[in-house]
Design a protein around this ligand. Sequence first.
Ligand SMILES: NC(=O)CC[C@H](N)C(=O)O
Length: 185
Amino acid sequence: MTQIGILALQGAFTEHARALQALGVTTTFVRTAADLTDLDGLVLPGGESTTMRKLLTRENLLAPLRQLIHQGLPTFGTCAGLVLLSQPDALNGLTGDVVRNGFGRQRESFETELTLQGLAQPFPAVFIRAPYLKTVGPDATVLAQIDHRIVAAQQANVLVTAFHPELTADTQLHAYFLKHFVTKS
Ligand SMILES: NC(=O)CC[C@H](N)C(=O)O
């Protein structure tokens, strides 16, 4: 049975569990380093990346997570998860130049039908104080952009979106993660 760990220190972790369970996989919440055993994949939810980072440090989770990601654990980061994955001194899972709260005050939150490379249908993408990637490294593939701002990308075992796929009923992105990143045992 495929088991996906969801970082559950802060943010929208319950919604990720619902989306993944709807696709038939088992989920477990990650709150301490002991929760990191026997995972086939990992989800880093949206929330507030500064707070999440403090909690990761307090729980001594930063180093073990960074190591697992470096070793190839399939990892899906959304919004604040994207921020942590693209910061070299946080989780360093994807090479990119991240801009936090990159859509400005007027557009604090919005929803748009986004075309993503690899998805059959446009995705109802919910952005909440969303970051974007200005650039990504040569090993990354851009999956979607809005006005030249990169809002979805992947690099090796890491998938990131600047928006919140767990806040809509559309499970295309979670299914994409399971199909293309998570190796079933
Ligand atoms: N919805 C979100 O996850 C917002 C992310 C937030 N702006 C941050 O940098 O942490």
